[in-house]
Design a protein around this ligand. Structure first.
Ligand code: HEC
Ligand code: HEC
Ligand code: HEC
Length: 123
């Protein structure tokens, strides 16, 4: 069961980092937080496949970086200090909402909505 949960998380993360831009996408906030630039100094070498998928993704192309999705406030559940930034591993729909409020609203009916499921919802 733990193995399955881990696999699912990896799969969700992979498909998210690999997400391609859709045609006719409406405009959104397009600049990444400056703090996110340094995440790649380590993670590019550590997670080359993930970093490459991110580079190719809609987010990577628009400069939306690791920190934009993984940033946290220090009181958020699971938040931890990581090389000078407060982050969390488990990204929730709330983290997407600043830039994708419409998609997050569409998911409100489900208490179990995960960030990855927003990707799978019709747009
Ligand atoms: C100085 C190098 C370095 C920098 C800079 C760095 N990381 Fe990491 N990161 C690591 C290492 C090493 C690990 C694996 C060991 C660990 O969990 O600390 C890791 C692990 C992680 C994990 C997984 C943690 C877990 O428990 O599974 C996430 C998510 C992450 N980093 C995100 C980020 C983000 C976002 C940034 C930028 C704000 C960032 N990292 C900046 C080195 C770095
Ligand atoms: C569009 C938002 C988004 C961006 C940008 C993003 N991530 Fe993630 N990341 C997620 C989501 C969602 C998950 C899945 C975790 C969960 O919520 O269950 C995840 C999972 C992870 C994990 C843990 C699982 C794994 O695959 O090992 C690491 C480590 C990670 N991300 C690092 C990064 C790094 C490094 C970057 C920048 C190159 C990055 N992320 C950019 C949303 C994002
Ligand atoms: C800092 C702003 C920002 C954050 C945070 C963010 N995104 Fe995005 N997202 C963008 C931008 C910019 C694009 C590029 C396409 C565009 O211009 O609309 C994009 C594109 C996408 C796309 C592909 C284009 C589309 O609409 O079909 C999906 C799917 C997506 N984001 C889902 C997510 C999810 C899920 C999260 C949270 C885990 C997230 N995003 C977090 C800004 C953001």
């Amino acid at each position: 069961m733990i193995a399955l949960a881990t696999f699912t998380t990896l799969w969700v993360a992979d498909s998210l980092h690999a997400q391609q831009p859709a045609e006719g996408t409406p405009e959104r906030a397009t600049s990444g937080a400056p703090q996110g630039a340094k995440c790649l100094t380590c993670h590019e070498a550590m997670n080359p496949a993930l970093a490459q998928e991110w580079h190719d993704s809609a987010h990577g192309q628009k400069g939306i970086n690791c920190y934009d999705c993984h940033k946290a406030n220090k009181n958020d559940p699971g938040a931890f200090e990581h090389n000078g930034s407060m982050i969390h591993v488990v990204v929730s729909p709330k983290d997407c909402g600043g830039c994708h409020q419409k998609e997050v609203d569409q998911q409100k009916g489900s208490h179990h909505a995960k960030a990855g499921e927003i990707l799978a919802s019709p747009r």
